[in-house]
Design a protein around this ligand. Structure first.
Ligand SMILES: Nc1ncnc2c1ncn2[C@@H]1O[C@H](COP(=O)(O)O)[C@@H](OP(=O)(O)O)[C@H]1O
Ligand SMILES: [Mg+2]
Length: 288
């Protein structure tokens, strides 16, 4: 339970910490330079994790933390804080998402993720607050401030823009893009890609083949608070604070694209997709 005398809401705290950790990461990048990418990645991961861990212990001492950068916290009974098996509230953090891009000079597709999962949450994914800091883009998206992009269904004939991992895109994605007449937009960081869906820079983000809860928790909290669709690629809910934190695939998109993209995913995964070049329903059309 949060001390009611503390005025800052969970969402405001998530947003503030994402901004401050982002500023810290920009300083780490400026100080280290890019000559030794491995050292820069390690320094960024560590600095941001230590900062977020200390601030969460200070402001929300009764809550558990699941962090990419804390091996112990991945175990349900491990870690140096409150056990996430029994905790009612668990902060799921990725101190530096898109670590590879952080280490590459000039790239802005990396992020800080701060999300809060609650046992009694009304939502299927259990996320009640979250923020995605995009320090090199000078912005932060958060559950208490971020609005959905204007609903502008893609007109038939216009290519959808599908964000995908620039280093590990799912094997089926090129065929799926072909089938639905989409253009792939390679980008680093799950947070940066989901933020691009939220801002309307792309229409959807599809990933498969491996990821963890911290890669998607905060951006999914922001996306669903903004009214966007977020699910596994079979349409089932994304669930967090599971014993095993692997969460290997997801689809985030505007609501009206969910049905046609899930149908295209089903065809790709079943191997029954319409071969490229044949007429296929355009997902910009109303699926119903
Ligand atoms: N096949 C895979 N297995 C495990 N993690 C993966 C993965 N593909 C992507 N990820 C993780 O998802 C995040 C976004 O990936 P990408 O930039 O390729 O889209 C990265 O997080 P980190 O940068 O926090 O490690 C990356 O490590
Ligand atoms: Mg990550």
């Amino acid at each position: 339970m949060v001390d009611p005398t503390i005025a800052e809401s969970d969402a405001a705290l998530a947003r503030r910490l994402a901004v401050l950790a982002g500023e810290l990461l920009l300083r780490v990048r400026a100080t280290h330079g890019h000559a030794d990418p491995a050292a820069l990645k390690a320094a960024g991961d560590r600095a941001s994790h230590d900062f977020l861990r200390a601030e969460l212990a200070r402001w929300r001492p009764a809550d558990a933390v699941l962090s990419e950068e804390d091996e112990g916290s991945r175990l349900v009974d491990g870690g140096d804080g409150v056990s996430r098996r029994t905790a009612d509230r668990v902060w799921i953090i990725d101190p530096l998402d898109g670590t590879r891009e952080f280490s590459e000079q000039g790239r802005t597709d990396w992020a800080v993720h701060v999300a809060l999962w609650a046992r009694d949450a009304a939502t299927p994914h259990g996320l009640i607050a979250g923020a995605v800091g995009l320090p090199a883009q000078h912005r932060v998206l958060a559950t208490d401030v971020t609005a959905a992009p204007p609903a502008t269904p893609t007109p038939p004939g216009t290519a959808l823009r599908l964000a995908a991992s620039r280093s590990r895109p799912p094997a089926f994605l090129a065929d799926l893009a072909d089938e639905v007449g989409a253009e792939l937009v390679p980008m680093g960081s799950a947070g940066a890609k989901i933020a691009a869906v939220v801002t309307g820079d792309v229409d959807a983000y599809i990933h498969a083949g491996g990821q963890y809860e911290w890669d998607s928790a905060a951006p999914v909290a922001v996306a669903t608070a903004a009214g966007l669709h977020a699910s596994r690629i079979d349409g089932s809910p994304l669930t967090y604070n599971e014993a095993d934190p692997r969460l290997p695939d997801l689809l985030v998109c505007r609501d009206e694209l969910a049905a046609p993209l899930l149908a295209a995913l089903r065809r790709q995964l079943a191997g029954t997709a319409v071969p490229s070049g044949s007429p296929a329903p355009h997902p910009g059309k109303d699926p119903r």
